[in-house]
Ligand binder design. Structure first.
Ligand code: PMP
Length: 362
């Protein structure tokens, strides 16, 4: 896929560098590249999901604001529907945040390495991206420097746990950053279900009107293919999201599936517990391989320094049909792969394959 020069010449000049996104999601037997839930929906939900989807009236437009889902989420969180905006995955909500509060010439603070979508969307929307790099040694955020950058920012993008490094941000640090800025602060909690209890910043929205917390159904809750996420914030900020969003971006099938998941959150606990214990088991097994450095992380993935990352990724795929994410091009991530935590057997296959490849590379 490439945009021909004749077409590129017609595009907005500031977008001329862009290429189509394909996600490098080649077909494979063991998918450990997108931090999905490799178990799928719990079996206990299968029948109810089929029934719920069969009842969806696809001849009717969806409820633009997903109010049924908002009410379920509000009840779960002890908030009101006015505190919640639902979107077509977290990606869309990140775009909407930057559309509403960023834009041409406005400052967006990013802490690379971070979720690549932040910088991409911010630049597409003409924002000035102010990067406050994470520490080279352990990817911890430089909170003092973020506070300084935040003081003149319109939007501050924080991620906890961070993708691709897995670091958590302390709640006190998020509060300090909120106090330091007159802009909007995002805490992207896409992976929060895999972090220790008490790590979330949701309750801080009571203190900070301009704090936005992002959640998704794509990771712990097995709906990556349905595309559904939500933000939690003060009613004023939520109205700004509602004003800029595409009205029908969250379709009826997705709303029905997400409502079912919220009603049955507890059914996902065994999967989440297993992912957390597998993450520890995988980290130990990978650290045992000569030449591998595992960065401790709190998501459903691990950042692993292996050396020749691009070649190792290609060999894992070509020789073992295992797909992982090559993040060696991300700031501070030279030599690194990001490996999702899968089922125990998948994790065993990954560890064995990686050990074999790295022994041969030596
Ligand atoms: N935030 C982070 C940090 C992510 O890693 C992802 C997915 N890779 C998302 C948000 C968005 O997820 P989705 O669009 O599937 O909800």
């Amino acid at each position: 896929m490439a945009i021909p020069d004749s077409i590129r010449a017609l595009m907005r000049p500031e977008l001329a560098e862009l290429e189509p996104y394909d996600g490098s999601l080649a077909s494979c037997d063991v998918m450990l590249a997108a931090n999905e839930n490799n178990f799928g929906l719990p079996m206990s939900l299968a029948d109810e999901l089929s029934r719920a989807l069969a009842e969806v009236e696809l001849n009717r437009y969806p409820d633009p604001l997903s109010n049924g889902l908002r009410d379920l989420l509000a009840a779960e969180l002890g908030l009101s529907r006015d505190n919640i905006c639902v979107g077509n995955g977290g990606d869309e909500l990140i775009y909407n945040l930057l559309l509403a509060f960023g834009g041409a010439g406005r400052k967006v603070v990013d802490l690379p390495p971070s979720f690549a979508v932040y910088g991409l969307y911010a630049r597409m929307l003409g924002c000035e991206v102010v990067e406050v790099p994470r520490a080279a040694e352990d990817f911890e955020a430089d909170v003092d420097a973020v506070v300084v950058a935040a003081s003149s920012a319109d939007v501050v993008l924080l991620t906890s746990p961070n993708n691709p490094s897995g670091n958590l941000l302390a709640r006190e640090d998020v509060a300090r950053i909120c106090e330091a800025t007159r802009g909007v602060v995002l805490v992207d909690e896409a992976y929060i279900d895999f972090a220790p209890a008490g790590s979330s910043c949701i309750d801080l929205i009571e203190r900070f009107e301009r704090l936005v917390v992002l959640r998704t159904f794509s990771k712990a809750y097995a709906l990556a293919g349905a595309r559904c996420g939500y933000v939690i914030s003060s009613p004023g900020v939520i109205d700004a999201f509602a004003a800029v969003r595409q009205p029908y971006s969250v379709n009826r099938l997705t709303q029905a599936a997400a409502e079912l998941v919220v009603r049955h959150r507890e059914d996902f606990a065994p999967f989440i517990d297993m992912t957390i214990s597998e993450r520890a088991r995988m980290a130990d097994a990978l650290a045992d391989i000569e030449g591998v450095r595992v960065f401790p992380g709190w998501g459903n993935f691990l950042l692993v320094r292996v050396g020749p990352a691009t070649e190792v990724r290609a060999r894992l795929l070509g020789e073992h049909s295992i797909l992982v994410r090559d993040v060696s091009g991300a700031p501070g991530c030279a030599g690194c792969l990001r490996i999702s935590v899968g089922k125990p057997t998948e994790n065993d296959m990954l560890v064995a394959a990686l050990r074999q490849i790295l022994e041969e590379e030596r």
